[in-house]
Write a protein that binds this ligand. Structure first.
Ligand SMILES: [Cu+2]
Length: 563
């Protein structure tokens, strides 16, 4: 029965101790030297939102350039730099910091711990990631001469050889790109080790592995996953720098090297990276859908197995990015089949989320709106992924706008939507105030409409044969109307994101006071105050089920059981 000695409530009405914050400088100093997982989580989040705005501005410049034929809004050189920086920034300075923002803030709270296992490593990892961002953007001003012509990298975000060779890419822009990825990569590896150690060694009494919230499970798998995924990327960057500065020829076809080797190294990292970025979106969906449907997740063990399955299978699919290089038919067949296989565990996840909603008392608050759109869009993204996994289909559409539409359906339609869901959901915990629901709904509908106007249309631009990376196009190709629609959708999305940024700031000062548990939620982070005190829980929680807080509050619930 509901255990009266369950000490979760011991932490309920403790307020955080006043810290010695007098001047702005003191506050800043506090944040710079902090090793607290919550502050570091918020710093990762602020970094991600800042770079999201930067990369978004880059995307808008690209879309203005492509809105009409024969346009000269920016120069061809600037265009190449902008799409390279947009991609690199979104993956490494938005997506990756977001992984660690969620993991840092939420995981220790959900498992009833007082911090991550290695708080100093945690701070070190954050600052490395941040430094990588500085490196990358310094390339804009630190080109050939310190105050000479600024030159950001212009080699696409996967930087195929021989574009990166010294002969084709003189100056230092490519070096900044490689250094930025090495440095953020070390930050990522530190973060991954920390999440694994935290989950394995810091869980409170009663929190067995199979009682962990799915959010924590996904972050745990992700922590292990990044150790495998980031390593080939770092190795490739080191080889690239050896080629550029020490007379190496790893990727120099003229001297017996191989440009294809770079492709293998990059995509052994690059494909699983998609899952590294999407697992937090899965994690957020797994919490939000339960809480806003008032139903426990359907098929918890299958959900855990599916995520391990996705991680495992995704390590063997990378060459589906290389169907057009002329592999053997056995090679093609292997990567067609392995890629299609990812559909099975992914399907399990989508069906289980839907089954969780089925028959539930659904509340369409802003987080749930974003998650519902995610389910539909992620399904579509998966289906175009299966289309592209068929080699002959890929031969037709490779490097066309269809591919760009497909992966933006994943990166925006799945990941960015759920990042918004997660921010609306946990903002009250982190700040003690609710975000405005009215602005939230406006944000959702504008972003939803803008997203579909842009990326649905972009599939058809691809079918019409428009290749990616082109700076402009003549008026006689029949691409101009669709491109204009795509660009208009981009502007609608930008307005929605600015509305979101305004909502963040407004709610921080004027939002309704949230209380500890505004959503009537399930997991331990809602048992402590909002924001949580520096030590999280005054007494160690004891856990007896998969949803400790809900079961404590609802002993009458027919689902109540200890396991
Ligand atoms: Cu892939």
């Amino acid at each position: 029965m509901a255990d009266q000695t369950l000490p979760i409530h011991g932490a309920l009405d403790l307020t955080p101790p006043r810290e010695s914050q007098h001047t702005l400088l003191d506050i800043l100093h506090d944040w710079v030297i902090t090793v607290d997982h919550k502050k570091l989580g918020l710093m990762y989040m602020m970094m991600a939102i800042f770079f999201l705005l930067v990369a978004g501005a880059e995307a808008i410049c690209i879309r203005i350039q492509l809105a009409v034929p024969n346009n000269h809004f920016i120069s061809p050189q600037t265009f190449n730099r902008l799409f390279t920086m947009h991609g690199t920034t979104m993956v490494f300075l938005v997506g990756m910091p977001l992984v660690f923002a969620w993991a840092n803030y939420i995981v220790p709270l959900q498992i009833g711990a007082r911090d991550m296992a290695f708080p100093r490593l945690n701070a070190f990892s954050f600052w490395l990631t941040f430094l990588g961002g500085i490196f990358l953007y310094y390339s804009f001003i630190g080109g050939p001469g310190l105050y000479g012509t600024g030159s950001a990298p212009d080699v696409t975000w996967w930087a195929y050889a021989p574009l990166t060779a010294k002969a084709f890419s003189p100056g230092h822009a490519t070096d900044y790109w490689a250094l930025a990825l090495i440095v953020t990569g070390f930050g990522t590896i530190g973060g991954g080790i920390n999440i694994m150690a935290t989950v394995l060694s810091m869980r409170c009494k009663g929190m067995t592995l199979m009682r962990m919230p799915l959010f924590t499970w996904l972050m745990f798998v992700n922590g292990a996953f990044v150790l495998i995924v980031i390593t080939p990327l770092t190795a490739a960057q080191v080889m690239l720098l050896i080629d550029r500065y020490l007379g190496g020829h790893f990727f120099d076809t003229q001297a017996g090297g191989s440009a294809t080797v770079w492709m293998h190294f990059f995509w052994i990292f690059g494909h699983p990276e998609v899952y590294v970025l999407v697992f937090p979106a899965f994690a957020i969906a797994s919490e939000v859908i339960q809480v806003f449907s008032r139903k426990a997740i359907f098929g918890y063990p299958a959900m855990v197995a599916a995520v391990v399955g996705i991680a495992f299978v995704s390590l063997g699919v990378w060459a589906h990015h290389m169907f057009t290089i002329g592999m053997t038919s056995a090679g093609n067949a292997f990567f067609v089949l392995s890629t299609s296989l990812v559909g099975i565990p992914t399907g399990i996840k989508i069906f289980n989320w839907l089954a969780t909603m089925w028959g539930g008392k659904i509340r369409f608050a802003t987080p749930m709106l974003f998650c519902t759109a995610f389910l539909f869009q992620f399904l579509c993204a998966g289906l175009t992924g299966i289309m592209l996994s068929v080699a002959p289909w890929d031969w037709q559409l490779h490097s066309s706008y269809f591919v760009i539409a497909h992966f933006h359906y994943v990166l925006v339609g799945a990941i960015v939507f759920n990042v918004f869901a997660g921010i609306y959901y946990w903002f009250p915990k982190a700040t003690g105030r609710m975000m405005s629901e009215t602005l939230g709904k406006w944000h959702f509908w504008l972003f939803f409409i803008g997203f579909h106007v842009t990326f649905d249309t972009m599939h058809f631009v691809g079918f019409e044969g428009m290749p990616r990376w082109i700076y402009t196009y003549p008026a006689d190709r029949g691409w101009q109307h669709l491109n204009l629609v795509v660009s208009i959708g981009g502007v609608i999305q930008a307005i929605a994101v600015l509305l979101f940024a305004y909502n963040l700031i407004w709610s921080l000062f004027k939002g309704k006071i949230a209380g500890n548990d505004p959503w009537d939620a399930w997991t331990l982070e809602w048992a402590t105050s909002s924001p949580p005190p520096i030590y999280n829980f005054a007494t160690d929680p004891v856990v007896r089920s998969r949803r400790p807080l809900w079961d404590l509050k609802h002993p009458e619930d027919p689902d109540w059981k200890y396991d």
